[in-house]
Design a protein around this ligand. Structure first.
Ligand code: AMP
Length: 293
């Protein structure tokens, strides 16, 4: 595994792979790697001849300077975690390789970015789309692997690749969870012990709510019960808890087509996100509120 910090050095290598007819997969990350990221690396290894993992904490996708400052930076242990995976390159670009002096381009995607994290984190997806476009071009990737954990991001990146005629195929990979159901995230490291015990309530309540909706409980009633259950479990403020169409992310009040439940919620000063699929159902009438277990 080579560690490369300059795009010119990366280009030299990708050109030799190209001449040998080899395909290239990329896994973009911001580091603090966990089993979720490593599952994407596994998928890339299976899907392409050569694999590049990128590590870049992208300042443009943070909308709070404090969040950027608090983001874990664990370059050495990240490199050590990747060693057994047999990747070809860990690309850790210097900031000027991504945003050189005079950089003035922003990629902005409408529609998909208007709700969910786009509404609560202004500018976030402009930062994501801009950096992802650069990373896909710099790595010359045939395939790029993204987690369903960040489902809105996955759809935004798909849109970006389609709209800009990028050759890279975007591959979505399932969310990897801790044994207790909490979606793995670099931000989990910031939860104290009590909050870490509370956090699995997110997935539990989402599962119960998805089940209730699937059984025909009206969506507004199911979401109201979910809010109560989250508060009772000791969770903090909810940024959003929505049922949205898949893959267009339009808000839904009836589960009449494939959809997903999306949540962003605060716990112990940490903002956690998760999502789960909800199959289309036929609503039944009920005047009793649903009680998630
Ligand atoms: P990040 O380093 O948080 O920007 O994430 C890099 C990539 O890893 C993104 O495509 C994320 O969606 C993906 N990822 C993060 N957490 C998980 C998880 N628990 N399961 C699967 N993929 C994940």
């Amino acid at each position: 595994m080579k560690i490369i910090r300059r795009k010119a050095d990366l280009r030299e290598l990708t050109e030799t792979w190209r001449r040998a007819g080899e395909s290239i997969g990329v896994v973009p990350t911001m580091g603090a790697l966990h089993a979720g990221h490593l599952s994407l690396v596994d998928a890339a290894r299976e899907g392409t001849d050569r694999v590049i993992v990128t590590l870049f904490v992208n300042p443009r996708q943070f909308n709070s300077p404090q969040d950027l400052e608090n983001y874990p930076r664990t370059e050495e242990s990240d490199a050590a975690k990747l060693m057994p995976y047999g990747i070809d390159v860990l690309y850790i670009p210097e900031p000027e390789e991504i945003y050189p002096e005079g950089f003035a381009t922003t990629i902005s995607i409408t529609g998909l970015t208007e709700g969910l994290c786009g509404a609560t984190r202004p500018g976030h997806f402009d930062g994501v789309a801009t950096v992802v476009a650069k990373l896909l071009l710099q790595t010359d990737a045939d395939r790029a692997y993204f987690g369903e954990k960040d489902y809105q991001q996955l759809q935004v990146v798909r849109r970006l690749a389609t709209d800009l005629d990028l050759k890279t195929r975007i591959i979505g990979c399932p969310t990897i969870r801790e044994e207790d159901g909490l979606a793995m995230s670099s931000r989990n490291l910031r939860l104290d012990a009590a909050a870490r015990d509370t956090a699995p309530a997110i997935r539990r309540v989402l599962t119960d709510t998805a089940h209730a909706i699937e059984c025909g409980i009206a969506v507004p009633a199911a979401l109201a019960a979910a809010r109560e259950a989250l508060a009772a479990a000791g969770m903090g403020e909810i940024d959003y808890l929505d049922l949205r169409g898949d893959p267009d992310l339009q808000l839904m009040t009836e589960a009449n087509r494939p959809a997903r439940l999306f949540i962003a919620i605060w716990l112990d000063g940490v903002r956690l996100i998760d999502n789960l699929p909800v199959p289309a159902t036929q609503p039944i009438s009920t005047d009793r509120p649903v009680q998630p277990a």
